[in-house]
Design a protein. Structure first.
Length: 138
């Protein structure tokens, strides 16, 4: 019995496959390439994305979803190539904690705005009951 010890070829992806999988647009993927976040190979004029590009795109999409900047995402991704997984995770932790603090501050501002609007609405409802009746008709 002879074993096949050759490594299977890595899976590749087209731009349309990745767009469909991640809910991204081709324009977004090209933008991430321009920003140095993705590095697709070329087959004639088509972009061919590797398994590594796919993993990077997952991190990019997750980072954008939580409001990380392109620069922050680039810092996290570059550290893996430059210094390894531990350095990458340490940088990600620092950036994530900073983003959490910013979102918590933003949430406080939103809560204050909601409270102000509720108070103003209650005051207007009491002072102008005819406005309440007109609002109900609309």
């Amino acid at each position: 019995m002879q074993l096949n010890l050759r490594r299977p070829p890595y899976r590749t992806y087209s731009i349309s496959q990745l767009c469909r999988e991640f809910g991204a647009t081709p324009r977004a993927l090209r933008f991430y390439e321009e920003q140095g976040l993705l590095f697709p190979a070329r087959r004639d004029t088509a972009r061919v994305y590797s398994y590594k590009d796919r993993a990077r795109l997952r991190l990019i999409m997750n980072g954008r979803r939580v409001g990380l900047s392109i620069a922050e995402i680039r810092d996290i991704l570059d550290l893996y190539d430059e210094e390894g997984e531990i350095a990458q995770n340490a940088e990600a932790l620092k950036i994530f904690r900073r983003r959490i603090a910013a979102l918590e501050a933003q949430r406080q501002e939103v809560d204050l705005a909601i409270d102000s609007l509720k108070a103003a609405s209650d005051r207007l409802s009491r002072q102008f009951p005819t406005a309440v009746a007109l609002e109900a008709e609309a």
